[in-house]
Design a binder for this molecule. Structure first.
Ligand SMILES: O=P(O)(O)OC[C@@H](O)[C@@H](O)c1c[nH]c2ccccc12
Length: 259
């Protein structure tokens, strides 16, 4: 079983457990459910740099990246650095994140926040809203076209923007829906962990103009961002490069200042 299938199998169990502890009816009563989210897509359209900086403690490909930062400091640091948005990993088992990280991030900054999660159920989309996210990630490789339609429609009803992540042309074929705002090309193959920025460059011309295009993963230099911009990418999702330093915010600031 590849890692992606393992994560999804674990996630199904986790979501079933969560639902039994905190039913949807309870999430619907959360105060943040009434909040009007920021639009991640608009923020990226308006930005000239488009850095989506990620809070990421560890990952299955790199193991520990950084366990010593406080989420509130990272969120404030990224905002102060001039990031366009914040991505918060909420998966606990493989990435060391949590919904608590999301709510702390929400309270610490005014950036649009992407809930970075393996979404396989509408329940997790309601959770995203209830914990203060502005946008959700849908990973094409783990969803059917019917699920992508159902989940993205539900997210839009809650006012959340939808980022659909693709890695190849099969994924892209599932994604051409009006309920998708942003298409992200993941340069990392989640099944093998191979990273190549060529993936973004190759797929870029196949993504229709109406979607905001972003490039995700394995971006570790200003030169890499500059090499992707001519392909029409408006956003760049960067985690490890900032998180592996002593000060994620300072590292993001130095990076963004060079763009
Ligand atoms: O740390 P990196 O290589 O800069 O990557 C960030 C982000 O793109 C990556 O964390 C990511 C992209 N898609 C995902 C899906 C699930 C978990 C994680 C991810």
């Amino acid at each position: 079983m590849n890692i992606l299938l393992r994560i999804v199998a674990d996630k199904r169990q986790e979501v079933n457990l969560r639902k039994s502890v905190v039913p949807s009816s309870q999430l619907e009563r959360a105060e943040l459910v009434n909040r009007t989210p920021f639009s991640l897509a608009n923020r990226l359209r308006e930005s000239t740099t488009g850095i989506i900086a990620e809070h990421k403690r560890r990952s299955p490909s790199k193991n520990v990246i950084n366990h010593s930062f406080a989420v509130c400091e990272v969120a404030k640091g990224y905002e102060n650095a001039g990031a366009s948005a914040l991505s918060v990993l909420t998966d606990a088992k493989y990435f060391g994140g949590s919904l608590d990280d999301l709510i702390v991030a929400r309270a610490s900054c005014s950036l649009p926040i992407l809930r970075k999660e393996f979404i396989i159920d509408t329940y997790q989309i309601l959770e995203a809203k209830a914990y203060g996210a502005d946008a959700i990630l849908l990973i094409a490789a783990i969803l059917t076209p019917e699920e992508i339609l159902q989940f993205s429609t539900f997210a839009k009803q809650l006012g959340l923007d939808v980022l659909l992540e693709i890695h190849n042309t099969d994924d892209l074929k599932k994604s051409l829906l009006p309920s998708i705002d942003i298409i992200g090309v993941n340069n990392r193959d989640l099944k093998t962990f191979t990273v190549s920025l060529e993936t973004s460059k190759t797929l870029s011309s196949l993504i229709p103009e109406e979607f905001v295009k972003i490039s995700e993963s394995g971006i570790s230099s200003v030169a890499a961002v500059k090499s992707l911009q001519p392909y029409g990418f408006k956003g760049f999702l960067i985690g490890e490069h900032f998180m592996k330093t002593d000060n994620a915010g300072q590292s993001a600031k130095a990076f963004i200042n060079q763009l």
